[in-house]
Design a protein around this ligand. Structure first.
Ligand code: PMT
Length: 364
């Protein structure tokens, strides 16, 4: 923290919230050589200045080093990121823009700012980007970006197969698994498109899902674009059958029993995997109430998939609509168990396994 920053928020608050010590002073008596700034500069993998004022940016641009922050900035060899935050008039001044250009030409990365309402009551460019956006930008550029530039298409959630204008057949999928996968893929640098059935979830930041309702709509949404993708992950719980007839009027209550005739939907996953000249790495899911391994392996071979992630459903834990899940992953030459954990972590593990196996496939 700079000393100006401590006028807004106390270092103790920062320390308590982050669980980390807060560095303030250039010369640190607690460090063996009293040169805390050099140690911090060597230790950091990335230096991010957020929020960065016009004054700090001017100092960085000219190489001033008169406090801990500017000294670490000058002394470090790691990637440097700046998330500016200032009044719109200060942002628009040519001197500020010249400072920014000088820093950019020296390899410093800028994240934001955004346009909008400012703390000073004015409106315009200069609002610091949302912390979440800053984190995503950092992750995209970090060395952990195992899917940098890779196009990933993910399906999530249930489908609804209408019987009449007010009723439909659906299943218990919440979309949580598919949405967690989209977020995990974004966080490692992928360009993600999410095709989603009806769910009650907010999309990962800056991702606008393509919303569909029926299996047939999902089929078209996937098949019309999948040739531009490197990976397809079918996490959606797509209806296997739909009513043959969808009545245009509400079906009236009449006889004591009633039969609904169903017909098979098209299998999206199998269609993707059987596309001619398909270079897409295709990952399916298997949701089973019994014989998990047997059915999952069958789907892997019959649908000609690169990988299948099998999960138990209809049990106390995991699968549909829960925050936690466990997965049994199979591919042609191996398998891996991902044990019960929250879907966010599980998705991160699955995405990293997919990246590893896709790279293996592409190098053999
Ligand atoms: O959404 P959540 O509440 O988080 O729950 C997650 C989940 C249980 C839905 C998810 O982990 C999961 O298992 N998704 C797949 C569910 C499913 O439909 O499984 P299945 O075994 O019936 O289908 C096998 C595969 O074929 C799936 O990848 C499915 O997307 C695909 N399929 C099925 C039918 C069809 N017509 N087209 C398809 O592409």
């Amino acid at each position: 923290m700079t000393h100006s920053a401590t006028q807004f928020i106390s270092p103790l608050t920062f320390q308590a919230l982050s669980g980390n010590p807060v560095a303030l002073d250039l010369l640190d008596a607690d460090e063996e050589n009293a040169m805390g700034h050099i140690n911090l500069a060597r230790w950091a993998d990335i230096v991010l200045i957020a929020p960065a004022t016009a004054n700090s940016i001017a100092k960085f641009s000219l190489g001033f080093a008169d406090d801990l922050l500017s000294t670490v900035f000058l002394a470090t060899n790691c990637p440097l990121y700046i998330a500016p935050a200032m009044n719109q008039a200060m942002w628009n001044k040519s001197v500020t823009q010249e400072n920014i250009q000088r820093l950019k030409s020296n390899g410093v990365h800028f994240i934001g700012p955004e346009s909008g309402d400012q703390a000073c009551g004015e409106t315009g460019f200069g609002r610091m980007s949302e912390p979440n956006d800053i984190v995503i930008a950092l992750l995209k550029n970090s060395k952990n970006s195992i899917l940098q530039g890779i196009n990933v298409l993910i399906s999530a959630g249930p489908t609804r197969e209408p019987l009449d204008p007010v009723r439909y057949i659906t299943n218990r999928s919440s979309g949580k698994m598919g949405y967690a996968l989209a977020e995990a893929a974004l966080n490692v640098g992928a360009n993600v498109t999410l095709i989603s059935g009806p769910v009650n979830l907010s999309a990962p930041h800056k991702l606008q899902p393509i919303n569909i309702e029926t299996a047939e709509q999902m089929y078209h949404a996937v098949l019309s674009r999948v040739d531009k993708y490197d990976i397809y992950i079918g996490a959606a719980a797509v209806a296997d059958y739909r009513p043959v007839v969808c009545s245009s009027q509400k079906i009236k209550k009449q006889a004591d029993d009633s039969i609904i005739k169903l017909q098979k939907t098209r299998d999206i996953l199998a269609a993707v995997a059987s596309l001619p000249k398909n270079s897409c790495f295709v990952v399916g899911f298997a949701a089973e109430t019994d014989n998990l391994e047997f059915y999952a392996k069958n789907k892997l071979t019959q649908k000609n998939l690169d990988m299948i992630a099998a999960n138990w459903v209809g049990k106390e834990q995991g699968g549909f609509d829960k925050d936690e899940n466990a997965l049994q992953i199979y591919w042609n030459s191996g398998n891996k168990s991902l044990k019960m954990t929250n879907k966010t972590q599980l998705a991160e593990q699955l995405i990293s396994l997919i990246a590893e196996k896709m790279n293996e496939k592409n190098t053999t």
